[in-house]
Design a protein around this ligand. Structure first.
Ligand code: ADP
Ligand code: MG
Length: 276
């Protein structure tokens, strides 16, 4: 069984069905990318995996190292090595990046009441800030407060580097970055990947293939209308760049008239998929 095993996952928000049967297997040591047009459900998937209570799982299962992930609280998921870099990081005025990171790293490392010793923490923080070419003033600033789009994305990467996740979900971490910053971010991820004791898995959600040119994912999946409709290797990202999402839309859009009485959509005599 893969370390993260998502089986036929259905998710809705209020009455709106967003994920319509997602299947994905990802193990530590693998880099996966999910691409797909806006509104296809990519952020929903990442949020559900991290335990955002806003989304209701209506059916399906997710196992993390053989355990029922959906039964775990978000903090338990984080302590067990799952991490999300948000598409839209929030700011927390009054809390510095350094104190936020110290609390988070302490929890991740199993400290109970006390925090990680400040000297040890500061040394770790300094080394990560340097390696990721982050402005040394950032740890002293309030979390994401007044940060530019690019600074917020880099702050997410800093958080990731500090927490040393086993599986990281990265939601459009490359969006809004100029090409040099994309390279810095990709290099940072690859360094974490190479240096991770026990290995690291990455699920990179992205619109653009440019970060994938650096990351070279082992698997690329395309999400469309709440489902993963195609999976392949890095060449899939290049193909998508050439043909755009319109090609995917034409290929995978199911029109109501195609849905037969049993809920199946058949094309060329094969069951294309079953509408739930
Ligand atoms: P993506 O990340 O692929 O752009 P999302 O997962 O953000 O897609 O959204 C998928 C669909 O779910 C969209 O139609 C979006 O409007 C809807 N959706 C996502 N989050 C919410 C929410 N909090 N409330 C209502 N609808 C939502
Ligand atoms: Mg999104």
């Amino acid at each position: 069984m893969a370390d993260l095993d998502i089986r036929d996952l259905h998710v809705q928000v209020e009455e709106k069905v967003i994920l319509k049967g997602v299947n994905l297997q990802l193990s530590v040591g693998e880099i996966h990318a999910i691409m797909g047009p806006n509104g296809s459900g990519k952020s929903t998937l990442a949020n559900v995996l991290m335990g955002n209570p806003f989304y209701q799982v209506t059916s399906g299962e997710v196992f993390y190292k053989g355990e029922d992930l959906l039964a775990m609280a978000p903090d338990e998921r984080a302590r067990k090595g799952l991490f999300i870099a948000f598409q839209y990081p929030v700011s927390i005025t009054g809390v510095t990046m350094a104190s936020f990171l110290r609390a988070a790293v302490s929890a991740r490392r199993g400290y109970k009441q006390e925090l990680m010793p400040v000297a040890e923490f500061s040394k770790l923080l300094r080394s990560k800030v340097e390696a990721l070419k982050i402005d040394p003033e950032v740890p002293g600033r309030y979390v994401n407060d007044g940060f530019s789009g690019g600074e917020k994305k880099r702050a997410e990467i800093l958080q990731m580097a500090m927490l040393e996740p086993q599986i990281a979900f990265m939601d459009e971490t490359d969006s809004g970055l100029d090409i040099d910053s994309v390279k810095v971010v990709a290099d940072g991820i690859l360094r974490m990947y190479d240096e991770a004791r026990g290995g690291m898995g990455v699920l990179m959600i992205t619109h653009y293939s440019r970060i994938l040119q650096f990351l070279r994912p082992h698997h690329v999946h395309i999400m469309y209308d709440g489902r993963i409709v195609v999976s392949g290797g890095p060449e899939l990202a290049e193909e998508l760049e050439q043909h755009g999402y319109e090609g995917i839309r034409q290929q995978f859009e199911v029109v109501a008239s195609e849905v037969q009485e049993d809920g199946a959509v058949r094309r060329a005599g094969k069951v294309f998929w079953v509408v739930h």
